[in-house]
Ligand binder design. Structure first.
Ligand SMILES: Nc1ncnc2c1ncn2[C@@H]1O[C@H](COP(=O)(O)OP(=O)(O)O)[C@@H](O)[C@H]1O
Ligand SMILES: [Mg+2]
Length: 288
């Protein structure tokens, strides 16, 4: 792993509306993520997390600041200049259901970004889609099924496979597991963790849940009202939060009723179990 930042955000400002009605949702946020590394952004609801995500993938245009991907400032590019570079940073949404075409099979959903990027061979697209479906832990039988035939966790796997089909360098995960049951969350976190180890992908993981943050990222940035409160290694910040706000987030994460009920320790156990199952499956495949 190199330490060169793959993604570097400098003094990002995003305002909704203009003039005297402008509302500053993101206020002078800076961070960087090395290639193959990860950063989590944590903060209470309304703190500006999704706004940062949307600015990074250019679903909205930043008001000021730089979004450097491998040195290219995405913040200032027009739509034509963005087109060839856009695939490099992909977003996985909280619930991909709305964005999965209900009429298409999982195979076609996953193959679609390849066609959009100019892969002309249908055979190549179908083969790659089957590989990706397998990589996210779905059976071959999933290929022909449509979105409504899947559970929430399975749909999230399809959303991840589709994001991977664009061959991104960076995955932006915006509350990617928040809509799921605890045990399913742990499975998806296991899939994401294995993916990063196997492919060297870079993650920006956004969550209000410190258990999820801890599972997905070695570094964390704490966001409040659009501003950075503190940032550093996840274990250090969780063990020794410098700011009352971070302590408050940590306290509420430990109260099952206030968050999604996921305790960090349960999360880590869930991932260990997912990894063990994965290893057992791999061992069985070798034997078979
Ligand atoms: N399209 C929009 N127009 C105006 N204000 C918005 C819009 N989207 C979000 N906001 C406001 O910006 C702030 C940050 O929102 P968001 O980035 O969605 O926070 P988070 O993802 O942390 O919950 C909130 O106060 C929200 O109400
Ligand atoms: Mg959000």
């Amino acid at each position: 792993m190199t330490t060169r930042p793959l993604l570097e955000v400098r003094h990002l400002v995003v305002e909704y509306g203009t003039g005297e009605h402008a509302y500053r949702a993101v206020d002078d946020v800076s961070f960087s993520v090395p290639a193959g590394g990860s950063l989590a952004i944590v903060g209470e609801s309304g703190s500006g997390k999704s706004t940062i995500a949307k600015a990074l993938v250019r679903l909205l245009k930043p008001t000021a600041g730089e979004v450097l991907l491998d040195g290219t400032d995405l913040a200032v590019l027009g739509s034509r200049e963005l087109r060839p570079i856009r695939h490099r940073i992909q977003m996985v949404f909280q619930d991909p259901y709305g964005s999965l075409d209900p009429h298409l099979s999982a195979r076609d959903i996953v193959a679609e970004p390849m066609a959009a990027r100019g892969e002309r061979s249908k055979a190549v697209r179908r083969k790659r889609a089957a590989e990706l479906i397998d990589q996210v832990g779905l059976p071959t039988s999933a290929l022909e099924r449509k979105p409504h035939e899947f559970s929430g966790g399975q749909r999230q796997r399809i959303g991840i496979a589709r994001a991977l089909a664009s061959e991104p360098d960076v995955l932006v995960l915006d509350e990617a597991t928040s809509a799921l049951d605890v045990s399913v969350q742990a499975q998806i976190l296991g899939v994401l963790d294995a993916l990063r180890r196997d492919t060297g992908l870079t993650y920006l993981a956004i969550s209000h849940n410190l258990g999820v943050v801890r599972a997905l990222s070695e570094n964390v940035l704490v966001l409040r009202s659009g501003k950075v409160v503190e940032q550093g290694p996840t274990e250090e910040i969780l063990a020794n939060p410098q700011e009352p706000y971070t302590r408050m987030l940590r306290r509420s994460a430990l109260e099952p009723t206030t968050m999604t009920g996921l305790k960090p320790r349960e999360m880590v156990r869930g991932i260990a179990a997912a990894r063990a199952a994965e290893n057992a499956a791999a061992a069985a495949a070798v034997v078979a």
